[in-house]
Design a protein around this ligand. Structure first.
Ligand SMILES: [Zn+2]
Length: 78
């Protein structure tokens, strides 16, 4: 999998729509490619912020942080 395919797969991955074999190569590529890790981390963060802001503005509950977002951020910091 190359960088462009990772970026193309990103929205499918976040929707949980990627088949497992593509998901595996996606995450393997992310582990090996710092550029894509940074891209995914910023993309995920943006998406999480948009979802959090768009949802439950009146709710007192703290926003749920997606596991994939945490993983992507931790991976990008290594
Ligand atoms: Zn890459």
């Amino acid at each position: 999998m190359n960088c462009q395919k990772v970026i193309d797969s990103l929205s499918d991955d976040l929707d949980g729509a990627l088949p497992w074999h593509r998901l595996a190569t996606f995450w393997i590529h992310l582990r090996l490619c710092p550029g894509c890790r940074n891209y995914v981390a910023s993309f995920s963060l943006t998406l999480a912020l948009v979802r959090t802001t768009a949802r439950d503005v009146t709710s007192d509950q703290p926003p749920e942080i997606p596991c994939k977002l945490v993983d992507a951020i931790q991976a990008a910091r290594k």
